[in-house]
Every structure is written in structure tokens, then in C-alpha cells.
Design a protein. Sequence first.
Length: 198
Amino acid sequence: MTVFKGLLSLLVLLLLIVGVLFVDFVYKTYSLSQHDQRADAIVVLTGGRGRVEEGIRLFQQGKGRLLLLVGVDPSVKKRELYRGPHPENVLLDKASRNTVENAIYAGDLIAKNKITSIKLITSRYHMKRATIIFRNALPKGIPIYPHPVDSANVKEDWWLHGGSFKLLFTEFYKYCGFRLFFLIAPGELRPIQGVPSL
């Protein structure tokens, strides 16, 4: 009986810790704000509503020298996404299919184009995970300025909506998984200095 009580107490403690960490994750996710910081390049993780439009808007306002659209469907042509001035400064990655690949392929474009800082655009709920992956995939000296885009998939009163809660909790455990991974294997995604990326 004592062993059972001990295990139950441990389980309750673990659930309490996970609950506190999750609420902190959600609070920080909703606290993220858009800054009017100019960057060398605007990097858009495509796939969510409003992301590409926001990236194009900022690019046309001169908030970045280059616009990188990452994770674009291979069948999509540049002119279908962008018809504004300076199309030669809009680069598409059509190879990556998830956030890790987004960071790796974006890193390749960043290195080839000698980009010194990026403004990272993705959905608000996805930003913390995307940022930690990009920080661990890009060279250390490149500043990353998060620029979250709000999504209709996540409500402000998320605790009242099963879909919002599920999406946030899924992002939370994926974020925790990547934090643990980068603690164990720091720099695993970062290219080795002096070795060209593929």
C-alpha cells in the first residue's frame, strides 16, 4: 500500500509539473508580439493561413532584403505566390516538408545568400518550436526575430475549445521534445564550419 501511495504521489507531482509547464508555454506563446525590426531576410514557413501574405506585406514595406518562402508545394510557381516588385529577391524552397527540414533548407539558402539576420514568420502556436529549431540549425551569429501570425485554429479562450487545447498541447510536447533533444545533442542540426551544406 505504501508503494502504491508513493507512486500515486509521484504521478500527481508529475502531472502538476506538466500542468505548470504547459500553462507557462501557453502564456509565453500568447505573449509573443510582432516587432518592427528590420532583418536581412524574411523567412516564411508556409502552410498556415496568413503567413505568406504577412511575409509579402513586410517584404514590400522594405523590412527585409530577401523573402524566403520555405516549404512551398513543388507544383506552385513563384508568380502564383508573388507578383510584386523585385521578384529576383524572392526565393522558394520546395524540398522541405516539416519544421526541421524547413530550418535545414532555409539554412542552406541563408548561407548561400550571406544572410546576416532573419525575421521568422509562422503561426503563433508554432513559433516557440520553430524558433528553437532554427536557433539550433542556423549559425550562432544569426539573430532570429520571431514574427507570429495569429491563426483561427487557436482561440484566445483556448481552455474552452477542445481543438485549441489539443493543438497547443501537441505543440507543447513537441517543443519539450526538441528542447530535450538539443540539451542532449546541441548543434546536431547546425552545419559544421568550413563544410559546405548540401
